[in-house]
Design a protein around this ligand. Structure first.
Ligand SMILES: [Fe+2]
Length: 357
């Protein structure tokens, strides 16, 4: 499988990894052959690229950091909680606890804790997927910071519901595209406090988790909201979730409605290191993301074109790649692999986004 930007996708290509809707539902399954109607629809919902099968390059094995079952369960619980809060300002914490515990224990046993896949998901509305992804990213960061299971559970709960306050705002407002009026912005900026008020009253939810909802829009330099807290006055959980949530927004919604690839999102975050974020936590976070995700087509310094087939936790910029085009642009048959961590003469020069399959 390889990543193909949507404007290079042609009828007849076969999907190698499912396209997910903003609520976590499967829009197009793996194995589906694409036609013009699908392409039009995928463009409409804002999916920037697809994982496509490429028989000439061969299979790429992958394991997600959490199982599909746990991800679906987390999405379902998030959805139930959101609905129940909308109706009664209350929710069933037992279900949340179970899914959070499952998620944390699965991440604790994941052997290769690196986010190595790009999500192919719709960006057309505020969805539940964002909460679950932000949670996975936050917990992985927490694990790297040496958190114990209890702390990871509290962090996960805060991350999963950091935006729960938005449920109390008018749905039309949440769907609205920028630019927003001053009053609309002011209304949206109330969601941290609204969320805090829901979570802090809930039995079983730690105050630490509730503070994530309250403080996830605070910035390290004190220019955030609602209180303009700075530095260590912002809870450590909220400092982690702020990074994870913005990263997830960058790769799913993008900068000025233009979605970016993981390495561009990391560059963007780095620009705001120390201004918006805790630079030390950001360093830890960055090490959990594969700079070159699986299925990325790259240009090597040798002039050969290759596909990333395995990521390397120790050396994130040196993945295992499968060379499928030579220096002159001719297909190599059969393709062969190079482990860049073991072959120091080779390195990735660039990501190629417009290679024709
Ligand atoms: Fe938020």
């Amino acid at each position: 499988m390889r990543i193909i930007p949507i404007d290079k996708v042609k009828p007849g290509m076969v999907i190698a990894r499912a396209v997910i809707g903003s609520k976590g539902e499967i829009l197009l399954s793996s194995g589906v052959k694409i036609d013009e109607t699908y392409i039009k629809r995928i463009k409409e919902i804002g999916v920037p690229a697809l994982y496509i099968r490429d028989g000439n390059i061969g299979k790429v094995e992958y394991d997600d950091v959490i199982s599909e079952q746990t991800r679906q369960e987390a999405l379902k619980v998030t959805k139930d909680v959101m609905n129940s809060v909308r109706l009664s300002s209350d929710f069933d914490f037992k279900k949340v606890k179970k899914v959070v515990d499952d998620l944390v224990s699965e991440l604790l046993t994941s052997k290769d804790l690196l986010i190595a896949l790009v999500d192919m998901r719709a960006a057309n509305e505020v969805g539940f997927f964002h909460g679950v992804n932000t949670t996975v990213l936050s917990v992985i960061t927490g694990i790297a910071m040496g958190y114990d299971t209890k702390k990871l559970g509290q962090l996960a709960c805060g991350a999963l519901f950091h935006d729960i306050g938005t449920i109390m705002l008018p749905p039309e407002l949440m769907k609205k595209q920028a630019p927003l009026s001053a009053e609309e912005n002011e209304q949206i900026m109330k969601h941290p406090e609204l969320g805090f008020n829901i979570l802090r009253k809930k039995e079983g939810v730690s105050l630490m988790s509730a503070h994530v909802a309250l403080q996830h829009h605070e910035k390290y330099d004190g220019t955030g909201y609602p209180r303009g807290l700075a530095g260590d006055d912002i809870s450590e959980f909220a400092r982690i979730v702020a990074i994870a949530a913005i990263y997830d927004n960058l790769v799913s919604i993008g900068v000025e409605a233009k979605r970016v690839l993981p390495h561009q999102a990391i560059e963007h975050l780095t620009l705001y290191s120390d201004k918006w974020f805790d630079a030390q936590i950001l360093q830890v976070f960055i090490r959990t993301i594969a700079v070159f995700p699986l299925g990325t087509v790259v240009l090597l310094n040798s002039g050969e074109t290759a596909l990333v087939t395995k990521v390397n936790k120790k050396y994130p910029t040196r993945p295992v790649v499968r060379v499928f085009k030579n220096k002159g642009g001719r297909r190599v048959n059969p393709p062969f692999e190079i482990d860049l961590a073991k072959n120091q003469a080779y390195f990735v020069q660039n990501i190629i986004i417009d290679d024709e399959p």
